[in-house]
Ligand binder design. Structure first.
Ligand code: RUB
Length: 322
């Protein structure tokens, strides 16, 4: 156990997960959500709390450590909220068991949601279609996997997705599914859009107005796709819906280290420059044809109805309560 800022015991496993999320060893919104929930389970298992109050304080401290890792994917706070919502018990043992149950129920639902979403997304894809992808999204892959299982033959242009080349992960996953993959540099996307039937992207957050927050480069791709008349679809489980945007808050865009873009020696050679490395951008709803969720397909402008149904008007942050 390690002492957190509030002098409460936080399990080593939680710190390890937080480090892995921060360094992107664990990445992608759905994967981050599952890892964060499991880390709360590990916190509960490792707890040596002597009272329910102490146990709850530790759980809140662990959630704060996880919450502070990456700011843009709302799946992370949504996962923490889900686990906290169902934590009940008058003894430490009961609390521990209820965290464990809540974590496994959350992970089960995440899995089911992705499979259900995959079936909805696959309905859009026809035999012989060509896709274009950006970054690496397990929600997008779920759509492709179901389509392939239905016997559809697909090919894909895969953008490499600078600076961290998550496109390589997508290229490998699609190849394993039997999709015919062509890897392209990000700036080549427009050139090939005429040959593409669907642009398929994931999301880290969806705002109440239907804006899609996803890997940097998504918005430029969407504008180009609209210009070329290529439909752009966002595959996003409802855990990507950002409840705070219902009350006017905006989504924080993560700025990452400049060393992901350029090495120190390369920069020195160029001279005095500023390097900016935003990890995500915002695609306005008018450039998105549909948001595919496990609850069906929605025009982006109508996603707010689903958001209200799922979250109500506002949400709590149980890890900030004292
Ligand atoms: C990943 C990214 C993905 C979404 C959706 O960014 O932008 O498109 O997270 O992924 P990073 P999924 O690599 O910076 O985490 O569909 O797997 O939730």
């Amino acid at each position: 156990m390690n002492r957190s800022e509030d002098d409460v015991d936080v399990a080593e496993a939680v710190h390890r997960t937080a480090e892995d999320i921060g360094s992107m060893e664990i990445r992608g919104a759905a994967t981050i959500a599952a890892a964060a929930a499991k880390a709360l389970g590990e916190q509960a298992a490792a707890s040596e709390a002597e009272s329910p109050e102490e146990f709850r304080a530790e759980l809140r401290a662990a959630a704060r450590v996880l919450y502070d890792t990456r700011p843009t994917a709302v799946s992370l706070p949504n996962a923490l909220r889900y686990v906290f919502r169902d934590v009940e018990g008058e003894t430490v043992e009961r609390l521990r068991a209820s965290v464990r149950a809540s974590v496994s129920e959350f992970c089960r639902r995440l899995d089911t949601a992705q499979k259900d979403l995959g079936r909805v997304g696959a309905n859009r894809l026809r035999d012989g279609d060509t896709l274009l992808t950006h970054c690496h999204s397990t929600d997008v892959l779920a759509c492709v996997e179901t389509a392939v299982e239905q016997g559809k033959s697909l090919s894909a242009y895969v953008k490499e997705t600078r600076p961290r080349n998550q496109g390589h992960i997508t290229a490998e996953a699609l190849t394993e599914l039997g999709v015919d993959v062509t890897l392209i540099v990000d700036s080549a996307a427009r050139r090939y859009l005429n040959e593409v039937d669907h642009v398929l992207v994931g999301a880290d957050s969806i705002a109440a107005d239907g804006s899609v927050i996803n890997k940097i480069g998504t918005s430029g791709l969407a504008v180009n796709a609209r210009d070329r008349g290529t439909p752009i679809v966002c595959a996003a489980q409802t855990i990507k819906l950002h409840p705070d945007t219902l009350t006017g808050q905006t989504v924080d865009i993560e700025m990452r280290d400049e060393r992901e873009v350029i090495s120190e020696s390369e920069e020195r050679e160029i001279g005095e420059i500023t390097v900016l490395n935003p990890a995500f951008d915002v695609t306005p709803p008018r450039y998105v044809d549909a948001i595919v969720t496990e609850r069906g397909q929605f025009p982006p402008e109508s996603i707010v109805t689903l958001m209200r149904e799922l979250f109500g008007e506002s949400t709590s942050e149980p890890w900030t309560e004292t």
